[in-house]
Write a protein of this length. Structure first.
Length: 674
């Protein structure tokens, strides 16, 4: 038995409610992960439900891993055996590996990243007889949108989304057909295909949906407000034989409409599942009362929401501040000055975050951080697995796993250089196209071209003789790197020894990633699972965390990236009209509610202290334009303390001029030094 005495009354009720549909409205900082993991532990230990019948779905690998660790802490191994704690996409991969043959694919498929997708779109547009140039990104976004609405290439032209008078729609229809045919020919999926094909599989083969519904008799979904049409349909199919579905979420934190998330899924849950038990978690364990009071006051203005009011026992705390700055440079200066002051008082930089609506707000803060020599980390730089050298190695592993993957094959065919140029490649591509055969099969038939024979021999050896299932991933990849002399290739590719050294360090880190994967997943650490996990983790997983081993540096991130995180000290910058709410939302006349929810998310990231900033003017297109405080802060001035920082304290006019002069000279010197 496991005791539930440590839970508050609402958490305990949610934990003990097992049968039938359950909607847990979990406000910010209300301990939803604790509730979900205790619910799983209660099912396993107090109700003797088999772990094989329990499925819990989340959106990121980080969230899934946190659930696994917490359940492991609560439940002995013999009880938790067989429990599936997974992301939607990981579950989708698992289902497709088992049953994708119903759709005409082999279960040895690979997953294409954005660069691979763009390559196919580029190829399709070359074949398209249109009269104008098309933006490949727009076409690819259209395909992604259609897939997330469960619309296949064969159905697009029959929907209201297709306009035969719109050249982009006509081009997109052609490209979508070409794109899907190419993917299937290469036995590959893109990221959107994972759920798109699972839903298509369930609808075309209801017996498969029934199989999984009977397998998973108790289903939980985290962050339900972020689900899109595909995820909604997938859950419907998984509950086709029962109604034991528990969803956890907060409509007040629904901020991903631009990714296809549909807030109506959580708002209409009770209509979808009759006899739903609704449980509200309204006790906030994160923020002080003044911060929470501001958050509650802001969000209650939204009309289409589930009514709830967050409360806290942390009654003492500093009132949120609103600093009015002169311009963006002054805004950055006063924020970094405050960070330095906190640091001098012994506060850790890792407890501080600067949150902003748009990336174009970053430069002044980054400049000031550099000038002040304050360590910082901007979330959202180039991802590790998008670096050329890492993509080369993933390309090799992909071809070894799935030789039909033409894009991966073309990437590594002449890497390192082995004398297989564009002319030779085009000759074999034409031959493959003419014979309607995979490129690898055509290359495999070649007997005269020495370099091609050696390349095919290398791949075949790693596919068969040197089988990754009979050796560790680390040893296998390390041997491959040595055999193709990849580090020598790096040295020859870069003039700068320092840059070449960094690139070789990236290769070492890739090898370490393989070793960690081997340690963590043991018998499941196959080549196929390793490549798959790399691509899935890098596609949509959160790039940040409050982990214990994080460096002592200030975090800079967008409001969208901050969801799920918390910091002792938060600077919510740019609290102005046309920033938050965003100018695009105002001009388009679209729903302002999501912008208000974004503001709510930013406020509730703060534990102890919240500082908001707004500028009196900003330079836009080389002109100083007056700015105005965000409408979200209007009429609620009693919830925060406003301070006009343009008064510069007790400085006289000459001192203010000197301050600004020194600031800009320091800024220019820093830029010149770099």
């Amino acid at each position: 038995m496991i005791s539930l005495s440590g839970l508050n009354p609402e958490q305990r009720f949610a934990t003990e409610t097992i049968l039938g549909p359950v909607l847990i409205l979990a406000g910010a900082g209300s301990g939803k992960t604790r509730t979900v993991t205790y619910r799983i532990a209660n099912m396993l230990m107090n109700h003797q439900i088999s772990g094989k019948e329990i499925l819990a779905l989340s959106f990121t690998n980080k969230a899934a891993m946190e659930m696994k660790e917490r359940v492991a802490h609560l439940v002995p191994p013999k009880y938790r055996k067989g429990v599936t704690l997974s992301t939607f996409h990981s579950l989708g991969i698992r289902i497709l590996r088992e049953d994708i043959h119903h759709l005409g694919y082999s279960n040895q498929f690979t997953i294409y990243d954005s660069a691979d997708q763009m390559s196919i779109v580029r190829e399709a547009l070359k074949n398209y007889k249109g009269e104008q140039a098309y933006d490949k990104g727009v076409i690819l976004s259209k395909i992604s949108l259609l897939k997330n609405k469960a619309i296949g290439s064969e159905d697009f032209e029959k929907t209201d989304l297709y306009d035969p008078e719109n050249p982009y729609d006509v081009a997109a229809a052609y490209v979508y057909h070409y794109y899907q045919d190419k993917l299937q020919f290469c036995n590959a999926l893109d990221f959107d295909d994972i759920l798109f094909l699972v839903v298509r599989l369930f609808l075309r083969a209801p017996e498969v949906a029934k199989k999984y519904s009977e397998r998973f008799k108790y289903i939980m979904v985290d962050e339900y407000q972020d689900t899109n049409n595909l995820q909604f349909n997938m859950i419907q199919c998984l509950t086709s034989t029962h109604s034991n579905i528990c969803v956890v979420g907060d409509d007040d934190q629904a901020i991903y409409a631009f990714r296809g998330a549909d807030i109506s899924n959580i708002l209409n849950f009770e209509r979808q599942y009759t006899d739903t038990k609704v449980i509200k978690l309204e006790e906030n364990y994160r923020s002080t009362f003044p911060i929470l009071d501001l958050a509650n006051t802001v969000i209650k203005e939204n009309v289409n929401r589930k009514e709830k009011t967050m409360r806290t026992s942390l009654l003492e705390g500093q009132k949120p501040m609103m600093w009015m700055a002169g311009d963006s440079d002054h805004e950055a200066a006063i924020v970094i000055e405050d960070i330095i002051k906190l640091q001098s008082e012994g506060r850790a930089l890792s407890d501080m975050a600067i949150l902003y609506r748009s990336n174009n707000q970053i430069p002044p803060f980054e400049d000031q951080l550099r000038i002040s020599q304050v360590p910082y980390n901007i979330i959202g730089g180039q991802k590790f697995y998008e670096k050329k050298e890492i993509k080369d190695l993933i390309g090799y592993l992909t071809v070894i796993q799935n030789p039909r993957d033409e894009l991966a094959l073309r990437r590594v065919l002449n890497v390192p250089h082995r004398g297989i140029g564009t002319v030779t490649l085009n000759k074999f591509l034409a031959k493959a196209n003419e014979q309607k055969r995979p490129l690898y099969a055509v290359l495999k038939d070649e007997t005269d071209h020495v370099a091609i024979k050696e390349f095919i021999g290398l791949i075949e050896r790693y596919r068969h003789s040197f089988n990754f299932e009979r050796t560790s991933l680390l040893n296998g990849i390390n041997q491959l790197v040595e055999e193709i002399h990849y580090n020598d290739f790096i040295e020859k590719s870069y003039d700068s020894p320092k840059l070449a050294s960094r690139k070789k360090d990236d290769v070492k880190n890739f090898l370490l990633a393989a070793d960690r994967f081997q340690d963590k997943f043991a018998e499941d650490a196959t080549l196929e699972n390793f490549v798959e996990r790399l691509l899935l983790a890098d596609s949509r997983d959160t790039q940040s965390s409050n982990d214990d081993d994080q460096k002592n540096e200030v975090t800079l991130m967008t409001l969208h990236s901050s969801k799920g995180l918390e910091f002792e000290f938060v600077y919510l910058v740019g609290m102005e009209e046309e920033i938050l709410p965003h100018k695009r939302t105002i001009l388009d006349g679209t729903d302002i509610n999501e912008e208000r929810r974004l503001c709510y998310v930013g406020i509730t990231r703060a534990r102890q202290r919240l500082v908001m900033t707004a500028c009196k003017e900003r330079k836009i297109y080389n002109k100083n334009i007056p700015r105005f405080k965000s409408r979200f802060m209007m009429g609620i001035e009693n919830c925060y303390k406003e301070v006009d920082r343009t008064n510069f304290g007790d400085m006289n006019e000459d001192e203010v001029k000197d301050y600004k002069k020194n600031f800009f000279s320091s800024l220019m010197k820093s830029i010149e030094d770099e």
